[in-house]
Design a binder for this molecule. Sequence first.
Ligand code: CMC
Length: 434
Amino acid sequence: MENKIKDAGTAKLEIDGKVTELPIYAGSVGPNGIDVRALYKHTGHFTFDPGYTSTCSTESQITYIDGGKGTLLYRGYPIEQLAENSTFLETAYLLMNGELPDKQQSEAFVDTITNHTMIHEQVERFFHGFRRDAHPMAMMCGTIGALSAFYHDSSDPQNNEQRDMAMHRLIAKLPTIAARAYKYSIGQPFVYPDNSLSYSANFLKMCFAVPAEPYEVNPVIADAMDKIFILHADHEQNASTSTVRLAGSSGANPYACIAAGIACLWGPSHGGANEACLNMLKEIGTVDRIPEYIARAKDKKDPFRLMGFGHRVYKNYDPRARVMQKTTHAVLAELGIKDSAVLDIAMELEKIALNDPYFVEKKLYPNVDFYSGIVLSALGFPTSMFTVLFALARTVGWISQWNEMLEDKTQRIGRPRQIYTGATQRDYVPVSKR
Ligand code: CMC
């Protein structure tokens, strides 16, 4: 990556009367950043920012979010335009390479990915080692991490060809592994990839086909699946992406780094929120119980939060939530689902929350996970698979960010510091004297 940050002046920091000048950098759009890298050397102080609310960990040219306006751009293109006009694989190419592919590049990329959809036959044994009731995300963490034991020829992050090969393998094999995690959890035989189908259609077939019956992929549903993947493909330096970058900063192999990202994504504050949101909507059960849950979300003594609401960066409607709401309606119409209790509850809950002073003042709007559970459930996925689908799509963002980091020669191993408040040095006391 060619570094593009520009000088934008200096900030002055005064500590005990001594002024230290810190460089300010500007990107192409968005807030500037103050460079504090030399702060400790010059002042003996660290910065303190738990949760990284004001910290840029990197320069990046992949994804831009304007949380105030509610915009999300992949390589400059608005998410709404990509969801409407692009395909997941074209979006993947864009995120990885910086530009939309021309016809030839697109065909070559689709061909490469399609040719890597199979997984080593012995990977199958990993699945059989899991308990039948294992969460599919547990199987994802384990199996993706295990890929580094199979693909030694694409594990060296310092080798360009190996890096490309690993990125292609990960995009291609994630659907196969995700579908197997699902099939294993419901006790059905694995379905092999069908390379005559599109990325999303093949994934749906691997999830829902059974050997005893013919399976036709509904193109409207495959298109919706593709849109959902596009919406989840990248989201700048979120927790799981930062985890992947941090793991990668030590030179760890690509499969281990993506497994680390999957582990982080699993949490209910992050990718696990779609599962938690649908469970919440089901628990609410009827529209008349909404006020009770709104009251609980506002009660500081109650740990309950309105799942699918709020975001660290968006202080406006999450643009992905709008597309997701539209896709949800399209899927329900295609499947002929006229009465959806959870959709009714979601829409009413959204209306009430958007007018409630607590949510208005804190700028808490629906996020991508608010509607995704409803549509994924209509597509036939159990809640335990929701985060798996998120991981499948986000793998494209993770590898793009990982690759960008490795190309950026200014990057060093990630290593935050701390303000230590524990015991100061003391002498060991033998157990007889404690
Ligand atoms: N329900 C009720 N109150 C909330 C909610 C919510 N969903 N979200 C934030 N708040 C309140 C929070 O209590 C705090 O109040 P106060 O200032 O009085 O202490 C204030 O809003 C700010 O919240 P925060 O926790 O400091 O904000 P954060 O940026 O650290 O957390 C979040 C962001 C997404 C973790 C949080 O909004 C949340 O827990 N939402 C529910 C889970 C969810 O939907 N997650 C999916 C995020 S989008 C997909 C993804 O990134 O993976």
